[in-house]
Design a binder for this molecule. Structure first.
Ligand code: DX5
Ligand code: ZN
Length: 217
Protein backbone atom coordinates (compact mmCIF):
# COMPACT_ATOMS: atom_id res chain seq x y z
CA UNK A 1 0.00 0.00 0.00
CA UNK A 2 1.43 3.41 -0.93
CA UNK A 3 2.28 5.48 2.16
CA UNK A 4 1.73 9.18 1.54
CA UNK A 5 3.78 11.71 3.55
CA UNK A 6 2.48 15.24 2.87
CA UNK A 7 5.25 17.84 3.04
CA UNK A 8 4.15 20.82 5.12
CA UNK A 9 6.51 23.05 3.14
CA UNK A 10 3.48 23.65 0.87
CA UNK A 11 1.07 24.19 3.79
CA UNK A 12 -0.30 27.52 5.08
CA UNK A 13 2.46 28.52 7.52
CA UNK A 14 0.07 30.87 9.32
CA UNK A 15 -2.08 27.85 10.37
CA UNK A 16 0.31 24.91 10.67
CA UNK A 17 -1.45 23.31 13.65
CA UNK A 18 -4.78 23.31 11.83
CA UNK A 19 -3.08 22.03 8.67
CA UNK A 20 -1.53 19.10 10.54
CA UNK A 21 -4.93 18.15 12.00
CA UNK A 22 -6.51 18.42 8.53
CA UNK A 23 -3.83 16.14 7.02
CA UNK A 24 -4.40 13.62 9.80
CA UNK A 25 -8.13 13.58 9.12
CA UNK A 26 -7.51 13.47 5.35
CA UNK A 27 -5.69 10.14 5.56
CA UNK A 28 -2.01 11.11 5.55
CA UNK A 29 0.26 8.25 6.65
CA UNK A 30 3.14 10.39 7.97
CA UNK A 31 3.88 14.12 8.20
CA UNK A 32 6.99 15.21 6.26
CA UNK A 33 8.64 18.22 7.86
CA UNK A 34 11.19 20.06 5.72
CA UNK A 35 13.87 21.83 7.76
CA UNK A 36 16.06 24.21 5.76
CA UNK A 37 18.88 26.49 6.96
CA UNK A 38 19.43 28.79 3.95
CA UNK A 39 22.98 27.39 3.71
CA UNK A 40 22.81 23.72 2.71
CA UNK A 41 19.81 24.70 0.55
CA UNK A 42 18.77 28.18 -0.68
CA UNK A 43 15.67 28.41 1.51
CA UNK A 44 14.91 28.85 5.21
CA UNK A 45 11.98 27.18 7.00
CA UNK A 46 11.33 26.01 10.56
CA UNK A 47 13.24 24.85 13.65
CA UNK A 48 12.74 22.49 16.60
CA UNK A 49 10.43 24.95 18.39
CA UNK A 50 7.85 24.73 15.61
CA UNK A 51 8.09 20.91 15.53
CA UNK A 52 7.51 20.88 19.31
CA UNK A 53 4.47 23.15 18.92
CA UNK A 54 3.05 20.88 16.20
CA UNK A 55 3.63 17.62 18.09
CA UNK A 56 0.37 17.63 20.14
CA UNK A 57 -1.77 18.13 16.99
CA UNK A 58 -1.43 14.57 15.65
CA UNK A 59 -0.25 11.09 16.54
CA UNK A 60 1.08 10.55 13.00
CA UNK A 61 4.82 9.98 12.69
CA UNK A 62 6.88 13.16 12.22
CA UNK A 63 9.26 12.47 9.32
CA UNK A 64 11.84 15.25 9.77
CA UNK A 65 14.00 15.99 6.72
CA UNK A 66 17.08 18.00 7.72
CA UNK A 67 18.36 19.98 4.75
CA UNK A 68 20.94 21.73 6.91
CA UNK A 69 24.72 21.93 7.27
CA UNK A 70 26.26 20.47 10.44
CA UNK A 71 23.06 18.59 11.38
CA UNK A 72 24.85 17.14 14.44
CA UNK A 73 24.14 20.46 16.15
CA UNK A 74 20.36 19.85 16.03
CA UNK A 75 19.73 16.07 16.28
CA UNK A 76 19.00 16.20 20.03
CA UNK A 77 16.72 19.25 19.66
CA UNK A 78 14.60 17.70 16.90
CA UNK A 79 14.42 14.34 18.67
CA UNK A 80 13.34 16.06 21.90
CA UNK A 81 10.78 18.11 19.92
CA UNK A 82 9.05 14.90 18.83
CA UNK A 83 10.64 13.68 15.58
CA UNK A 84 9.99 9.97 14.92
CA UNK A 85 12.32 9.80 11.91
CA UNK A 86 15.29 12.12 11.38
CA UNK A 87 16.79 12.09 7.91
CA UNK A 88 20.12 13.80 7.24
CA UNK A 89 21.82 14.39 3.90
CA UNK A 90 24.77 12.21 2.91
CA UNK A 91 26.27 15.41 1.46
CA UNK A 92 25.95 17.40 4.72
CA UNK A 93 29.18 16.37 6.40
CA UNK A 94 32.09 14.00 6.83
CA UNK A 95 30.93 11.96 9.84
CA UNK A 96 27.74 10.22 8.70
CA UNK A 97 28.26 7.10 10.84
CA UNK A 98 28.52 9.18 14.02
CA UNK A 99 25.46 11.20 12.95
CA UNK A 100 23.39 8.05 12.51
CA UNK A 101 24.48 6.82 15.95
CA UNK A 102 23.40 10.16 17.44
CA UNK A 103 19.90 9.77 15.93
CA UNK A 104 19.53 6.12 16.98
CA UNK A 105 20.59 6.95 20.55
CA UNK A 106 17.14 8.58 20.82
CA UNK A 107 15.45 5.28 19.84
CA UNK A 108 13.96 6.85 16.72
CA UNK A 109 14.48 5.94 13.07
CA UNK A 110 17.51 7.19 11.16
CA UNK A 111 17.36 8.09 7.47
CA UNK A 112 19.89 9.29 4.92
CA UNK A 113 18.94 11.40 1.90
CA UNK A 114 20.74 11.51 -1.45
CA UNK A 115 20.58 14.55 -3.74
CA UNK A 116 19.94 13.79 -7.42
CA UNK A 117 23.64 13.88 -8.35
CA UNK A 118 24.78 11.65 -5.45
CA UNK A 119 25.25 8.00 -6.47
CA UNK A 120 23.72 5.14 -4.48
CA UNK A 121 27.19 3.72 -3.79
CA UNK A 122 27.77 6.49 -1.22
CA UNK A 123 25.46 4.53 1.12
CA UNK A 124 27.15 1.16 0.72
CA UNK A 125 29.05 1.29 4.03
CA UNK A 126 26.26 2.85 6.12
CA UNK A 127 23.25 0.95 4.70
CA UNK A 128 23.33 -1.66 7.47
CA UNK A 129 22.96 1.07 10.13
CA UNK A 130 20.01 3.01 8.69
CA UNK A 131 16.24 2.50 8.64
CA UNK A 132 15.36 4.63 5.61
CA UNK A 133 16.81 6.08 2.43
CA UNK A 134 15.25 9.30 1.14
CA UNK A 135 15.85 9.61 -2.60
CA UNK A 136 15.58 13.23 -3.78
CA UNK A 137 13.86 13.49 -7.15
CA UNK A 138 14.29 17.29 -7.19
CA UNK A 139 17.14 19.56 -6.12
CA UNK A 140 16.21 20.33 -2.50
CA UNK A 141 14.98 23.74 -1.36
CA UNK A 142 11.55 24.27 -2.83
CA UNK A 143 8.20 22.59 -3.48
CA UNK A 144 6.41 22.56 -6.83
CA UNK A 145 9.40 21.47 -8.95
CA UNK A 146 9.26 18.91 -11.76
CA UNK A 147 10.53 15.41 -10.94
CA UNK A 148 14.00 14.32 -12.15
CA UNK A 149 13.04 10.79 -13.25
CA UNK A 150 16.70 9.71 -13.65
CA UNK A 151 17.06 9.93 -9.85
CA UNK A 152 14.78 6.89 -9.50
CA UNK A 153 17.38 4.67 -11.14
CA UNK A 154 19.53 4.56 -8.00
CA UNK A 155 16.81 2.74 -6.02
CA UNK A 156 17.59 -0.59 -7.65
CA UNK A 157 21.28 -0.19 -6.80
CA UNK A 158 20.42 0.67 -3.16
CA UNK A 159 18.32 -2.49 -2.89
CA UNK A 160 21.17 -4.53 -4.39
CA UNK A 161 23.70 -3.67 -1.68
CA UNK A 162 21.03 -3.50 1.04
CA UNK A 163 20.82 -7.26 0.67
CA UNK A 164 18.92 -8.94 3.51
CA UNK A 165 18.21 -5.55 5.05
CA UNK A 166 15.98 -4.84 2.09
CA UNK A 167 12.96 -6.12 3.99
CA UNK A 168 13.60 -3.70 6.85
CA UNK A 169 14.92 -0.79 4.79
CA UNK A 170 12.31 1.84 3.84
CA UNK A 171 12.73 3.68 0.53
CA UNK A 172 11.18 7.14 0.46
CA UNK A 173 11.03 9.49 -2.53
CA UNK A 174 10.82 13.26 -2.33
CA UNK A 175 10.09 15.83 -5.01
CA UNK A 176 7.67 16.17 -7.90
CA UNK A 177 5.41 13.32 -6.76
CA UNK A 178 2.01 13.77 -8.42
CA UNK A 179 -0.74 11.61 -9.90
CA UNK A 180 1.25 11.60 -13.16
CA UNK A 181 4.56 10.48 -11.61
CA UNK A 182 3.76 8.30 -8.58
CA UNK A 183 3.30 5.02 -10.49
CA UNK A 184 6.81 5.26 -11.97
CA UNK A 185 8.22 5.88 -8.49
CA UNK A 186 6.32 2.89 -7.09
CA UNK A 187 7.59 0.70 -9.94
CA UNK A 188 11.14 1.73 -9.00
CA UNK A 189 10.56 0.27 -5.51
CA UNK A 190 9.42 3.19 -3.34
CA UNK A 191 7.53 2.61 -0.05
CA UNK A 192 6.87 6.19 1.15
CA UNK A 193 5.91 9.06 -1.15
CA UNK A 194 6.49 12.65 -0.06
CA UNK A 195 4.08 15.07 -1.72
CA UNK A 196 3.76 18.80 -1.07
CA UNK A 197 2.18 20.71 -3.92
CA UNK A 198 0.13 17.67 -5.03
CA UNK A 199 -1.55 17.45 -1.60
CA UNK A 200 -2.01 21.20 -1.07
CA UNK A 201 -3.09 21.98 -4.67
CA UNK A 202 -6.69 22.34 -3.45
CA UNK A 203 -8.48 22.48 -0.07
CA UNK A 204 -9.73 18.91 -0.36
CA UNK A 205 -6.66 17.14 1.05
CA UNK A 206 -8.53 13.83 1.36
CA UNK A 207 -9.31 13.75 -2.38
CA UNK A 208 -5.74 14.77 -3.25
CA UNK A 209 -4.26 12.04 -1.02
CA UNK A 210 -6.74 9.47 -2.35
CA UNK A 211 -5.78 10.43 -5.92
CA UNK A 212 -2.11 9.80 -5.10
CA UNK A 213 -2.92 6.45 -3.49
CA UNK A 214 -4.84 5.30 -6.56
CA UNK A 215 -3.13 6.95 -9.55
CA UNK A 216 -1.83 4.43 -12.03
CA UNK A 217 -2.22 1.59 -9.51
C1 DX5 B 1 12.18 19.93 -1.23
C2 DX5 B 1 11.54 19.18 -0.07
C3 DX5 B 1 10.35 18.39 -0.53
C4 DX5 B 1 9.26 19.27 -1.16
C5 DX5 B 1 8.31 18.42 -1.96
O1 DX5 B 1 13.45 20.40 -0.84
O2 DX5 B 1 12.45 18.30 0.53
O3 DX5 B 1 9.82 17.65 0.56
O4 DX5 B 1 8.57 19.95 -0.14
O5 DX5 B 1 7.43 19.30 -2.63
P1 DX5 B 1 6.71 18.81 -3.98
O6 DX5 B 1 5.96 17.55 -3.63
O7 DX5 B 1 5.79 19.96 -4.33
O8 DX5 B 1 7.79 18.58 -5.00
ZN1 ZN C 1 11.60 16.86 2.03
Amino acid sequence: MRMIAPSILSADFSRLGEEIRALDQAGADLIHIDVMDGHFVPNLTIGPGVVKALRPHTKLLFDVHLMISEPERYIDAFADAGADIITVHQESGAHLHRLIQMIKAHNIKAGVSLNPATPAIMLEDIISEIDLVLVMTVNPGFGGQAMIPAALKKINRIKEFAGVRERALLIEVDGGIKAETIAAAEAAGVDIFVAGSAVFKSDNYADNIEELKKAGA
